[in-house]
Ligand binder design. Structure first.
Ligand code: SF4
Length: 335
């Protein structure tokens, strides 16, 4: 069944691709011809934060390689269950900036809307892997509260769609919400933070581009790509359509041990991003969320990597190395 779905993925709609994601660690190991010794740890970590891998992403993972950089982002491992000092369930203290359901107001001039509690992929390092989405699932009534909040604060000039992944919800819902926000005069910009164009490029539909670009709000999209192997031809085509429609495209990467903590990988990522019309924006130090300690790269190593990147790439291809700190008024540059 799964094998047939993988073979026919191109004929599926994005919603079907989403629905057919791999959610069983045993199936994942079988499909990727990986050693069954990984199963015990995978099943345990999957209980805490479930496995989810959409088929188009699965197809970019090399078979038989437990170190594949895309696999490592999605494969649950037993060491996620080990406690690590300094790690917690809410490392950014987002809950104290969550005044009403679905809205996070942390930085001056910008509010973040949890548009969808769902993601198309479950990234093992996710800083919201323990976020209480059940308390942040607004219906129309709660959205009206969020819209009133934005309308009542004239300092808010930018609204950010986040999640989960905002593009995991329907274009109909996104169009409605965007039209409501566009009626608030002091909001000028709309930013969408999403990994869906990377993991299911077919999500970039005509209707998606239409609601994003037919508003008076200036649209930007921040994609989340961590490795150049993620940026295949289908992703390039999807991003090309967004770019052509006038959407500003930026990327943010999480620096992850064993995945992208090397100069050649970061260089290739920046160059490939530019090839597909995206500017590198941030290189994030990992948020210290329970379960992700094995991905941490030390600050000295991170700074060394950025210094070396500056020596070989033009400045516009070097992302800013930053960390998010709970009480800070902005992301904190490390270099
Ligand atoms: S797509 Fe983003 S929000 Fe969703 S699991 Fe991955 S990192 Fe977390």
């Amino acid at each position: 069944m799964i094998t047939r779905s993988v073979a026919t993925v191109d004929s599926l709609t994005w919603q079907e691709q989403l629905a057919n994601s791999i959610r069983d660690p045993k199936q994942l190991l079988k499909l990727l011809e990986l050693d069954s010794s990984l199963l015990d740890g995978a099943l345990k970590a999957h209980q805490d934060f479930s496995l989810r891998v959409p088929l188009p992403y699965l197809q970019r993972i090399a078979k038989g390689d437990p170190h594949d950089p895309l696999l490592r982002q999605v494969l649950p491992l037993g060491n996620e269950l080990l406690a690590a000092p300094g790690y917690s369930e809410d490392p950014l203290d987002e809950l104290s900036s969550n005044p009403i359901p679905g809205l996070v107001h942390k930085y001056h001039g910008r509010v973040l809307l949890i548009v969808s509690p769902n993601c198309a992929i479950n990234c093992r390092y996710c800083f919201r892997r323990h976020f209480p989405y059940q308390d942040n699932k607004p219906g129309r009534h709660e959205w009206q509260q969020a819209l009133n909040y934005i309308a009542n604060d004239s300092s808010i000039s930018e609204v950010i769609y986040s999640g989960g992944d905002p593009l995991a919800t329907s274009d109909k819902q996104l169009q409605w919400l965007t039209e409501q926000i566009a009626q608030i005069d002091h909001v000028q910009r709309l930013r969408v933070h999403t990994r869906l164009p990377i993991v299911i490029p077919d999500r970039v539909t005509k209707r998606c581009i239409q609601w994003l670009t037919s508003t008076r709000l200036k649209p930007s999209m921040v994609i989340h790509s961590n490795h150049p192997n993620e940026l295949d031809t289908a992703v390039a085509n999807a991003l090309g359509q967004l770019k052509q429609a006038g959407v500003t495209l930026l990327n943010q990467t999480v620096l992850l041990s064993g995945i992208n903590d090397s100069l050649p990988v970061l260089q290739r990522l920046s160059e490939r991003l530019f090839d597909v019309g995206v500017l590198p924006y941030y290189l994030h130090q990992l948020d210290r969320i329970n379960g992700a300690a094995h991905f941490e790269v030390s600050d000295p190593q991170a700074k060394q990597l950025i210094s070396e990147l500056m020596a070989i790439l033009p400045g516009y291809l070097v992302p800013k190395l930053v960390r998010e700190i709970p009480d800070a008024q902005h992301k904190v540059p490390l270099l």
